[in-house]
Design a protein around this ligand. Structure first.
Ligand SMILES: Nc1ncnc2c1ncn2[C@@H]1O[C@H](COP(=O)(O)OP(=O)(O)OP(=O)(O)O)[C@@H](O)[C@H]1O
Ligand SMILES: [Mg+2]
Length: 418
């Protein structure tokens, strides 16, 4: 198909793009066509899979919207195999996350749940048809509105030099976002140096950050560059900055203000050109009020704040994330083609206090524990006797609660009758 296309000369306006919409309901197709009329594109519709393939073989199609329920995943697979250049967005049914997951597994780039508002459809059309469709940088997965906002913010701050503070619960992707900011900006070819202020004892954080000269303290047998110097012309990611001891905070502030660093035990100033990106799961404002975080450093760092949404507030991203983690952790022994309904039920009902990291761990564990081509809930993949043991334990726990209730009721009755 691509070979029959005339090459587009530089500077010549590219041809109008073509969108193909596939569904077996004529009225639905009419509605889509009408909604798409605001976009500058040619819209084709097909009511059967055969008709769709006929169109695809004859004209250059840029984007396809296809109903996963009607056309089946087979059509998606055929299109992906024969025309890998065409982007395909699946229409799925609200409340049936496995449909979205299967479509993504077959190669769809995105999905839109039916019923949808006309605006949502137009938004998707714009997103995937535009040459500058927002892509998720640095391996970030998710197309929920809150993640789209994060991608836009990443682009906004990437080109500027001011510090950024990333806030969010554990496992929400703070480090990934920090990396994305670095990789989307002019320092992308420079180093990205992460330092976890909570993982090291305070003295080590100091020598890690600023380096030392030989003889500065016992054990300093040779000069060592700190991470500030190592991050020169790149970015320094100060993870869990809220845990940094206050005396180190003032030292950090000085380095940021002066743009030069002194190794421990040395008076020589070394100029450093470093962009600071910080992250914490703590409320820094409150830490300032409590006196555990210096106000001057807070104001210096907090030029721009980004708050990452917890996974429970963007559950529509779960199918995309599961698909991505299945790909990431796939091994030679197991190839997953389906996800069990119980897995979805549990994944969509759960609150995910550990956020994306917890979801990733769950997929990884279920992959490791289970067998066959279906991804199952961890519980399902446990051997029978372990499952039996679990339900027995649960039953006794329930019995305990019942007993307590009976005692309470009996006491109440006794009190009432006295
Ligand atoms: N949007 C996302 N898309 C894909 N993977 C993600 C996303 N968010 C987080 N992850 C994955 O989840 C894990 C945790 O992410 P990350 O380390 O960035 O979180 P964090 O907010 O820094 O957590 P913590 O506060 O515990 O350090 C990583 O394996 C990361 O790859
Ligand atoms: Mg982290």
């Amino acid at each position: 198909m691509g070979a029959s296309q005339p090459p587009i000369a530089p500077g010549v306006n590219p041809r109008r793009r073509t969108v193909l919409i596939i569904d077996d309901e004529a009225t639905f197709l009419d509605l889509c066509r009408e909604s798409a009329s605001t976009s500058d594109c040619d819209v084709r519709t097909a009511i059967t899979a055969a008709e769709a393939l006929h169109i695809i073989d004859r004209r250059y199609v840029d984007l396809i919207f296809a109903s996963a329920a009607v056309c089946g995943l087979q059509l998606i697979r055929i299109i992906q195999e024969n025309h890998p250049g065409i982007k395909l967005v699946a229409f799925t049914v609200q409340g049936v996350p496995e449909m979205a997951a299967h479509a993504l597994h077959e190669g769809a780039i995105d999905f839109i749940e039916r019923p949808f508002a006309v605006g949502d459809f137009q938004e998707k059309l714009k997103q995937w048809l535009g040459p500058d469709s927002p892509c998720s940088p640095s391996g970030l997965v998710g197309r929920s509105q809150s993640m789209q906002k994060i991608y836009n913010l990443i682009q906004t701050v990437a080109d500027r030099e001011f510090p950024v503070v990333i806030l969010g619960e554990t496992g929400t992707g703070k480090e990934l976002v920090a990396q994305a900011i670095h990789l989307s900006g002019p320092r992308k070819d420079g180093p990205f140096m992460p330092v976890d202020c909570s993982a090291l004892p305070p003295t080590l954080v100091e020598s890690e950050l600023f380096g030392y000269v030989r003889g500065a303290f016992t054990g300093a047998e040779q000069d060592r560059k700190g991470l500030f110097e190592a991050a020169h012309r790149g970015s320094l990611f100060l993870d869990e900055i809220g845990e940094m001891p206050t005396d180190l905070q003032s030292r950090l502030l000085r380095v940021i203000q002066e743009g030069e660093v002194r190794r421990i035990g040395s008076n020589k100033a070394v100029p450093v050109d470093v962009r600071i990106i910080a992250a914490t799961h703590r409320d820094l404002n409150q830490a300032v009020t409590e006196g555990s975080f210096r106000m001057d450093l807070y104001y210096r760092l907090n030029v721009f704040q980004m708050v990452l949404p917890p996974l429970r507030q963007r559950k529509s991203d779960i199918p995309l994330l599961v698909a991505a983690f299945l790909k990431k952790h796939a091994n030679e022994i197991r190839r997953i083609t389906h996800v069990s309904p119980k897995f979805w039920t549990r994944a969509m009902a759960y609150d995910w206090p550990g956020n994306v990291r917890e979801l990733e761990n769950m997929v990884e564990r279920s992959l490791a524990l289970g067998s066959g081509t279906v991804l199952t809930d961890e519980e399902e993949s446990l051997p029978q006797e372990v499952q039996a043991g679990r339900s027995q334990r649960l039953a006794t726990e329930r019995l305990g609660v019942l007993e307590k209730q009976t005692i309470l009721k009996a006491t109440q009755r006794a009190r009432d009758s006295s």
